[in-house]
Design a binder for this molecule. Structure first.
Ligand SMILES: [Zn+2]
Length: 165
């Protein structure tokens, strides 16, 4: 296991559409383990493969609290199959350091994907978990949370990011 380097904007890999995973093999399993370790180390509650430089459709997440036992999840080729409601919550991203902003997303989602045993998984999530899933699946399409802000807010953040760089 290893803690991987987290790619930050403006790295190109964060802006590309990630490839479907065709075979769930040992390489994928060990990448998932490394991604979980990287996520807990950061610390974060979700991580998508493009964030560690791998343009493939793999996400890990755990909406943990420091006092809880870890409850790690791995999802391969995840797809949102239903969404419902609206919710606004503040978000940040390990790949966009120093920025937090309120983002509008669906309150409830159904997500289908596969686990490391090639078993199909259907997740029904709401609230924070639904948000994490939408945020991470966005990463697989090269979309960052700052893209989902109003134009005015996005411009402000862009200016701030340019100054930080
Ligand atoms: Zn992110």
């Amino acid at each position: 296991m290893a803690v991987l380097e987290i790619k930050k904007i403006p790295e190109k890999v964060l802006r590309s559409r990630a490839e479907e995973i065709k075979s769930i093999n040992g390489e994928i399993a060990s990448l998932a383990q490394d991604m979980l370790e990287t996520m807990y180390d950061a610390p974060g509650i979700g991580l998508a493969a493009p964030q560690v430089g791998k343009p493939i459709r793999l996400i890990v997440f755990d909406i943990w609290h420091p006092e809880d036992e870890p409850n790690p999840h791995v999802l391969i080729n995840p797809v949102i199959t239903a969404k419902e409601g609206l919710d606004v919550m503040e978000e940040g991203c390990l790949s966009v350091p120093g920025v937090r902003a309120e983002v509008k997303r669906s309150y409830r989602v159904e997500v289908k994907g596969y686990d490391l045993n090639e078993k199909e998984v259907v997740l029904e999530a709401e609230g924070l978990l639904a948000r994490v899933l939408q945020h991470e699946i966005d990463h697989l399409d090269g979309v960052l949370f700052i893209d989902r802000l109003s134009r005015v807010k996005r411009e402000l953040i862009k200016k701030r990011l340019r100054r930080m760089r």
